[in-house]
Design a protein around this ligand. Structure first.
Ligand code: PHE
Ligand code: ZN
Length: 894
């Protein structure tokens, strides 16, 4: 029964469809797992209490082909071979009893050889697991689907000296010594859960401890485990955890439900972190932080992700997904929750700007490319490929729109009803939608297409003021572009909230909005929420006494691409006056974007590039604003940022993009601004250089502003600039400043660059996480012949192809470096394909992510297109291609 027939091994990748969903015929009430962890192999026994829901059906247990199946017993009796059929994907068991029964399965696995980092594997010599989405099937045969929820009891046994710490979900109910220098622990999780939330850790780990008393007075022990030499780096994560627990009580009334909460940091992890019940496993990148080793951005990311995983305890664990098509049910909602948490802990406006920038730079491109999919996809080959910016970030935007449409209180009512109805259940995005609509007694049916339609809606707005009727009119149209499998004609208009404010032209202040389309607004309203749900719709603001400048889509109230008839003067006015921080920033971005698109056209046509000095002047005013006593410096730093190259690429026509041209245009703008504003930039950098590091909001804001100024100054071609950067590098007392100065040098060909990079290596070569920064800075560098450098780094001791963080830093950094990756001779493409094929045999999830570098090939000019396509064809023609890589490459070529 162990032999898998050859034809089976060569099975074609199979597509899974949402429409095929069926409830399970067998429910698993209770699972008793037992692990014998040995160096050569691990034995896993699983004993399951099965409840028969539909009699006589064949039971399908998922199970990876890497496992050895030792035994299958039903009610204690070995099942005859003819009732077992093993395939590539699992095991069919037929002839089962019609009454409830116990099923026992024994497998042997080899965690020490597991480089995919799914299921049970070893990282730095310690055992750990990763089961989402479909990793549990590499541990044992099981109905590895989220709608099968069971109570788990886990016993594990291992050598006591090498693995003194033994952890699993829930509560420790027994532990002790065993024969041969071994010991054991038994953990019981009282909460029913799907297999993807199972976790086990065994290793030599140190811990820090704290506690939290919940709002109903229950004490929870909090522990963070790391390898002993990193234990001094976990304090910030602990503080973040405590803040998260408090925030969820204050904001949603959600309390933690066990007496213990553990976090374990591991170095080898495919993703950021994992919300396993009471035993979160984290990529160490999202736990470790000291001022010397982590940047301000790292600190913020840790706070956000610790919150994210903790918040999953309710949105994901207590209420989970019926099937993986519903992933956004937990991820979109939990991202929304972590964004809100970070906004409350830090500056809300700055957080929003960062989130929208990410959406534009990463999600919009996905939504207009061959991998475009709705936030609730309808088909997949490998679920791993659908942990996307669309499901996560666009999913969070969709949740945010409920909040905008229903108001904060209405949204909270919807959340309360959602938990009241579905606690302990595996549900769908439809259920979430119904809870929101029902709790507010409102018809949201026009909102549904957000779940079904892929593609970023395009909204155009025309405005006019009529002095005779004192009305201000806003005419909006919406379309959703065609995406794979969905033509434009199929797409419906979708309900979206458009937040609008009106600024008095003479004072720049918001006017009070009395009524819109005859509907009176609440007294004191300065931002109206328009419900836009038709292809074409007109909104008339009444009693508008004087002409105004509209601020449209405040706080980016819908994930759309919007064009308006606002003119340069209006945008400059909004940039200076808008009370909405997002739109104040956005006005500047809109100006930058239109300038850059024009410059890209000019550069393409061989015209001389010319700076728009009004933008320079506006930016000067923005920077000068930093001198005010109450200046929001973190915001000013954000407002100084010029749209990224990837955001610009997204704005250009398919088949036309020459990354060299995009880069040249952007560089021209940066150089002009740096040259024209040099004294101000230098003065601001100086005024915001603190004598010593402090990790306080005001200090972080100063660093951010200072480093943004230094980033600009790095565009000035003068020897003293490099000298100053090196000096600042040498004097920096924290990682934020080290990285800022290093990146200011990284595009320059000069001795200072070499000195700084060498010094950094000498200082940090012992720290793999810090080395990731060193790798990614070099991968992203614009120095000539950088491809050679990247290739050389592949064999450098600082690199390790088996470690995802290292791959994301070096190869991921290289992929998003237009000059190196897109170099005209196609050698960058060939190199990436080589690496993907190498990774395909090591870690398929990571390989597939790297294959994402090719998905947008149709965007580029014909010669680059041909070169990229050639590599895609070479990859797909390779034997033993993983389903992960196959799916990405196939869809890219289709
Ligand atoms: N569920 C995790 C999160 O977003 C992400 C994850 C997915 C981790 C798959 C590992 C594997 O919080
Ligand atoms: Zn998540």
């Amino acid at each position: 029964m162990n032999a898998i027939a050859d034809e089976v091994t060569k099975e074609k990748p199979k597509t899974i469809y949402l429409k095929d969903y069926q409830t399970p015929a067998y429910e698993f009430e209770h699972v008793n797992l037992s692990f014998q962890l040995n160096e050569e192999h691990t034995t896993v026994s699983s004993s399951i209490d099965v409840r028969v829901q539909r009699k006589k059906e064949t039971l399908f247990l998922h199970g990876d082909k890497s496992m050895q199946l030792d035994a299958v017993l039903v009610n204690g009796t070995q099942v005859a071979d003819e009732r077992l059929t093993r395939t590539n994907a699992g095991l069919f068991v037929s002839g089962l009893p019609e009454e409830d029964f116990t099923l026992k399965i024994v497998t042997t696995i080899k965690p020490q050889e597991n480089t995919a980092l799914e299921g049970l594997y070893k990282s730095s010599g310690n055992y750990c697991t990763q089961c989402e989405a479909e990793g549990f099937r590499r541990i044992t045969f099981y109905q590895d689907r989220p709608d099968v929820m069971s109570k788990f009891t886990t016993r594990m046994e291992a050598a006591k000296d090498k693995y003194p710490v033994l952890l699993s979900n829930g509560n420790l109910i027994d532990s002790g010594d065993a024969d041969g220098g071994r010991h054991f622990a038994v953990w019981e999780d009282p909460w029913r859960k799907p297999s993807y939330l199972f976790a086990l850790v065994a290793g030599n780990l140190a811990k820090i401890e704290d506690s939290f008393t919940t709002m109903s007075g229950k004490k929870v022990d909090l522990r963070i485990y790391t390898e002993p030499h990193n234990i001094d780096k976990a304090d910030h994560a602990m503080v973040s955890l405590i803040k998260s627990m408090k925030w969820d009580e204050d904001t949603f009334g959600l309390e933690y439900d066990l007496e213990l909460f553990n976090i374990v940091a591991v170095d080898d992890f495919n993703m950021g972190a994992m919300e396993n019940k009471s035993l979160n496993v984290f990529n160490s990148r999202l736990v470790f932080a000291t001022p010397k080793t982590a940047t301000d951005a790292d600190y913020a990311a840790i706070e956000g992700v610790v919150g994210h995983e903790y918040f999953h305890n309710w949105t994901g664990n207590r209420v989970t997904c019926r099937d993986w098509f519903q992933l956004s049910l937990k991820e979109g909602l939990t991202v929304y929750r972590d964004q809100e948490f970070s906004s409350d802990m830090n500056s809300r406006g700055v957080k929003r700007i960062g989130d929208v920038s990410k959406l534009r730079a990463a999600q919009f491109p996905q939504d207009s490319g061959p991998m475009a999919h709705p936030i609730r996809p309808e088909e997949y080959i490998k679920m791993d490929n659908f942990y996307t910016v669309t499901v996560y970030e666009k999913g969070a935007e969709v949740v945010r729109m409920y909040e905008s449409l229903l108001g904060k209180d209405g949204f909270r009512k919807g959340m309360d009803l959602y938990f009241e109805r579905h606690d302990g259940c595996a549900v769908t995005t439809e259920d979430f939608f119904s809870a929101m609509a029902d709790a507010n007694n409102t018809d949201l049916s026009a909102f549904k297409p957000w779940y079904q339609q892929a593609g970023t809606p395009i909204v155009d707005v025309k405005t006019s003021y009529d002095a005779s009727t004192k009305t201000f009119t806003l005419k909006a149209t919406q379309t959703v572009p065609a995406t794979p499998g969905q033509d434009a004609s199929q797409k419906k208009a979708v309900l979206m909230p458009i937040r609008v404010g009106l600024l008095d032209k003479s004072t720049g202040k918001d006017i009070e909005i009395a009524s819109v389309n005859g509907v009176a607004q609440e007294k004191g309203t300065t931002t109206a929420v328009l419900r836009f749900d038709q292809k074409e719709q007109t909104f008339t603001f009444e009693n508008v006494e004087q002409d105004v400048v509209p601020s449209i889509l405040r706080n980016f109230s819908a994930p759309i691409k919007m064009t308006t008839d606002l003119e340069e003067g209006d945008l400059l006015f909004l940039m200076a006056n808008d009370s909405d921080p997002f739109n104040r920033w956005e006005a500047g971005q809109t100006l930058f974007r239109s300038l850059l698109v024009k410059l890209i056209a000019d550069e393409t046509n061989g015209k001389a590039l010319e700076m728009n000095t009004k933008i320079t002047d506006a930016l000067r005013k923005t920077i000068e604003g930093a001198k005010a006593a109450d200046a929001d410096k973190a915001f000013i730093a954000r407002a100084m940022m010029v749209p990224s190259e990837s955001e610009l690429v997204e704005m250009l026509e398919p088949g036309t993009v020459d990354p060299d041209v995009v880069k040249a245009a952007r560089k021209f703008v940066m150089k002009s601004l740096a040259a024209d504003l040099r004294p101000l930039l230098e003065e601001t950098a100086k005024a915001n250089s603190a004598p010593a590091y402090k990790n306080e909001p005001a200090d972080r804001a100063m660093r951010s502003l200072k480093n943004t100024c230094l980033g600009y100054l790095s565009y000035v071609d003068a020897p003293e600039v490099a000298k100053d950067a090196l000096e600042r590098y040498q004097n920096a007392d924290n990682m934020t400043d080290k990285i800022a100065t290093l990146s200011a040098l990284s595009d320059k060909v000069c001795a200072e660059r070499e000195t700084a990079f060498d010094a950094f290596y000498q200082e940090w070569q012992h720290d793999p996480l810090v080395m990731c920064k060193w790798l990614s800075l070099q991968a992203a560098s614009g120095v000539p012949n950088n491809l050679g450098n990247v290739k050389a780094l592949l064999t450098h001791p600082a690199f390790d192809i088996k470690n995802p963080n290292k791959v994301y830093s070096l190869i991921g950094g290289f992929m998003s470096n237009p000059t190196t990756f897109h170099q005209k001779d196609g050698q960058g493409y060939e190199f990436l394909a080589d690496v993907i094929l190498q990774l395909n045999d090591i870690n398929q999830q990571v390989a597939a992510r790297m294959a994402g570098g090719f998905t947008r090939w149709r965007k580029y000019d014909p010669s680059r297109q041909a070169l990229m396509k050639k590599q895609l064809e070479r990859i797909i023609a390779t034997e033993n291609l993983s389903e992960n890589v196959y799916e990405i490459v196939k869809k890219s070529l289709d």
